[in-house]
Design a protein around this ligand. Structure first.
Ligand code: ZN
Ligand code: ZN
Length: 397
């Protein structure tokens, strides 16, 4: 009788409690990343209505999350990433606050009716949502706690504590560390990072830099060596006819024997511009800087010089911008490579006016790069020609 009270209806070995807790938490993470994030927030994934409802129920049941609130706060994060107005940016609020008080920041934004009205569109508004999920958001969680206590008894206390901490913890990690620690494959005006290349603990959300670079892509892994657990599950759902996906982050189609630059090249470069900029950073700025350090006293080069040269200017504070200006004034070779990068980006910004003009400008840029006397820049200019449209999409130009 006492054992029954202590251990509830079902007594498991220790590994059983661990496995059950891990399974429920992972199911919650999948609900967040697949349903709330990739499907509802960005639309790059369309889950079968049964799956959508299952995840909506599960998130209500084990975390009390309301779809419209989560989606609105998240879309707002993308719209204002790392600027005032971002609901949970470590750049705005400080890393410690986002890590430790992330849930409070989320709740404050979720209660903001303007955010809900502007960013919460096209989320569920059916009878169940109005009369149960949104109306009694904590009822599911209460039921979850009581059921788990009845079924597992005292061990459930630890399990429930872990399950309840998992979502705020994961939120703090992604919104805090995912904008601070890790590596940046793509440069853009947000500080988002890929925390680790294997997104297996938080279902792929770890690849946050890739996600900010290609927000509507339902696949977060971009490099061959990255793993997105959420995407692997999507592949299973697709095979079962339970999910459809929109366009994925582009993969450059490199054709080495393309010798001339034409309108197809212009379009391919534009589509893959994030990859082109990454190539420029790794293949031009990096080698040129390393060459410079061999010739120059390192005392003249600030320690953060590599970062200053590659970071998006909007992410640099006034002191960093001043250091960058001094660096570029002192070294012509650095000035040249940064100017080339900026010209390339300007061509893309103005490209919508005329593709023909963009082609002319790109050809001119390549001629100048080849005559610059900077080996890395010359090689890059040659590589630009090898960007081809994705297989099957070549036009007749
Ligand atoms: Zn972010
Ligand atoms: Zn997102």
């Amino acid at each position: 009788m006492l054992a029954h009270l202590l251990y509830g209806a079902i007594r498991l070995p220790l590994w059983g409690y661990v496995a059950f807790t891990v399974a429920t938490v992972q199911l919650m993470f999948l609900g967040i990343t697949l349903y709330l994030h990739r499907d509802q927030s960005h639309g790059g994934l369309v889950l079968h209505p049964v799956l959508r409802h299952f995840f909506r129920f599960w998130l209500w049941f084990c975390s009390g999350t309301v779809t419209r609130e989560w989606v609105a706060v998240h879309r707002r994060h993308h719209a204002y990433a790392d600027r005032p107005g971002d609901p949970h940016s470590p750049v705005v609020f400080g890393l410690q606050r986002v890590m430790l008080q992330g849930y409070e920041l989320y709740v404050a934004a979720a209660r903001d009716q303007k955010i809900l009205a502007n960013y919460g569109r096209d989320t569920p508004d059916d009878w169940l949502e109005r009369n149960l999920y949104s109306r009694f958001p904590k009822a599911g969680l209460s039921l979850f706690v009581v059921l788990e206590l009845v079924v597992f008894g005292v061990p459930a206390v630890t399990m429930i504590a872990l399950q309840l901490m998992a979502q705020p913890f994961a939120g703090g990690v992604i919104n805090g560390l995912g904008h601070r620690l890790g590596y940046r494959s793509f440069e853009m005006p947000t500080s988002a990072t890929n925390i680790v290349p294997w997104g297996v603990l938080i279902a792929g959300e770890e690849l946050h830099n890739n996600h900010h670079a290609f927000p509507s892509s339902p696949r977060f892994a971009v490099q061959r060596w990255e793993i997105d657990m959420g995407w692997l599950v999507i592949c299973v759902f697709r095979a079962l006819g339970l999910a459809r996906v929109g366009s994925l982050a582009p993969t450059p189609n490199i054709v080495h024997d393309r010798t001339r630059m034409d309108l197809d090249t212009v379009r391919a470069l534009f589509t893959n511009r994030m990859h082109v900029l990454r190539d420029y950073r790794c293949g031009v700025i990096g080698p040129v800087f390393r060459e410079l350090t061999k010739q120059e006293s390192t005392a003249l080069l600030p320690r953060r010089a590599p970062q200053l040269l590659v970071r998006h200017p909007k992410l640099l504070d006034e002191r960093a911008r001043q250091q960058l200006r001094e660096l570029l004034e002192r070294y012509e070779v650095l000035r040249t490579v940064i100017e080339f990068r900026d010209r390339l980006q300007r061509i893309w910004e103005e490209m919508s006016a005329s593709h023909g003009r963009a082609l002319e400008q790109l050809r001119e840029l390549c001629v100048q790069a080849e005559g610059s006397g900077i080996l890395a820049l010359r090689k890059f200019a040659l590589r630009l020609r090898s960007y081809a449209p994705a297989a099957g999409s070549e036009s007749s130009h």
